[in-house]
Write a protein that binds this ligand. Structure first.
Ligand SMILES: Cc1ncc(COP(=O)(O)O)c(C=O)c1O
Length: 384
């Protein structure tokens, strides 16, 4: 059995190791330097507040009521939307609540496939199918750039199967989603936009604006490009009949505690973004674009080029099949102090040995690095 001192030592070792490495995992981030200490580690971590602010099932909640309602109001105002729920403790929980709260008419949904970069919660093996019992169909990928959607073929598919709703957004995310095109074609269709990866870029006004383009619901993680505490969020643009069922899917449906201690940190992150870090999203995207160009110029196989750019997000995807594959390259990078994840590419036959790696620059940018510095480290490690 481990002693408490040993546990503490491992925690400290991890901390100093991860601080000494270059983290390029696209799904992670650290928090803004202003959001430290008791804004995250505080007495709320010991407490419960079931229900909504000022309508709780417990006593002792007056301060979390104040902060949670301020946090929801902040996001409602920022996104000019009707509803915000910050209780989901992760993006996956936000998806579960939305996928189970939306109507079940024919039970069919259309989402991005895993090979095209879609998330497990949107697919056959995950929440939408396993828990919410929806029959999943996938958008058609563009033949010449399978990191993008073939919009015409996908419109035809949607017309053929009349889904209850569609889910845009993905985990390998290089290009904006065709929200406006799909909204124009299907005025009454419920469009859910999973912004887990790009929430910080959207928040900063640097990526597409899903609500302005026609999405009804946004779900997201609050800790990827949005550099807040680990958690999730649900936003609904206009009042809709399913709002109540989505709300009650969170509580009493899924959660009891919603991990209250992260709420002050979430609100503080949003305020820090609005004030001291206004240019964070722009810097992240510019850095990813410059890095992708430097990697391509150095001869690496960079994915997703659309005739103008390789990426419009924080991500850069490399095809490393010719360098031993994603597993070997990710392991080699880790030995050299760089953490990335192996990633399946749209044409891969097996997920066991994927031919790609996915790089995200959002944490490196927050730590003050530029594209040249990231490139230099990556290039040296890849050539070692
Ligand atoms: C598109 C997408 N949706 C949902 C999730 C799940 O988010 P979380 O890890 O916050 O549960 C992820 C995770 O990376 C994701 O990429």
């Amino acid at each position: 059995m481990k002693s408490i001192d040993e546990i503490r030592r491992i925690v400290e070792e991890n901390e100093s190791w991860r601080n000494s490495t270059l983290n390029l995992i696209a799904a992670e981030n650290i928090m803004f330097p202003e959001v430290t200490g008791e804004l995250y580690c505080n007495d709320f971590m010991h407490r419960y507040a079931e229900g909504k602010p000022y309508q709780r099932y417990y006593n002792g909640t007056k301060f979390i009521d104040e902060l949670e309602s301020a946090c929801e109001m902040h996001f409602r105002e920022h996104f000019r939307c009707h509803y915000a729920d910050v209780r989901p403790i992760s993006g996956a929980i936000a998806n579960l609540a939305v996928f189970s709260g939306l109507p079940y008419t024919n039970g069919k949904v259309v989402t991005n496939s895993l090979p095209a970069g879609g998330h497990i919660t949107h697919n056959k093996m995950g929440t939408i199918s396993k828990v919410c019992k929806r029959e999943v169909y996938n958008f058609v990928a563009d033949g010449s750039n399978p990191f993008k959607m073939d919009v015409d073929a996908s419109i035809k598919l949607i017309r053929d199967i009349s889904p209850d709703f569609i889910v845009l957004g993905k985990s390998m995310f290089l290009h904006p989603e065709p929200v406006r095109e799909l909204r124009n074609e299907f005025p009454g269709l419920i469009i859910v936009y999973d912004a887990a990866h790009v929430f910080g870029l959207i928040y900063g006004g640097e990526f597409q604006a899903p609500f302005d383009e026609g999405a009804d619901i946004i779900t997201a993680s609050t800790h990827k490009t949005f550099p807040g505490p680990q958690g999730g969020i649900i936003l609904i643009k206009n009042e809709m009949p399913f709002e109540k069922s989505i709300d009650s899917a969170i509580f009493p449906g899924i959660l009891s505690s919603h991990h209250l201690n992260r709420i002050p940190a979430l609100l503080a992150t949003a305020i820090a973004y609005d004030t001291k870090h206004k240019d964070y999203g722009r810097k992240v995207i510019e850095t990813a674009q410059k890095l992708s160009e430097m990697l391509a110029a150095a001869g690496y196989v960079v994915c997703g080029y659309d005739g103008k750019k390789y990426t419009y997000t924080h991500q850069v995807v490399l095809d490393v099949a010719g360098m031993g594959g994603g597993v070997a390259v990710a392991n080699k990078l880790e030995k050299n102090g760089i953490i990335v994840n192996k990633n399946s590419l749209p044409w891969d036959k097996s997920v066991i040995n994927p031919s790609g790696i996915r790089i995200g620059v959002q944490e490196a940018v927050l730590r003050g690095m530029d594209a040249e510095q990231i490139f230099e480290k990556l290039d040296r490690a890849l050539k070692s």
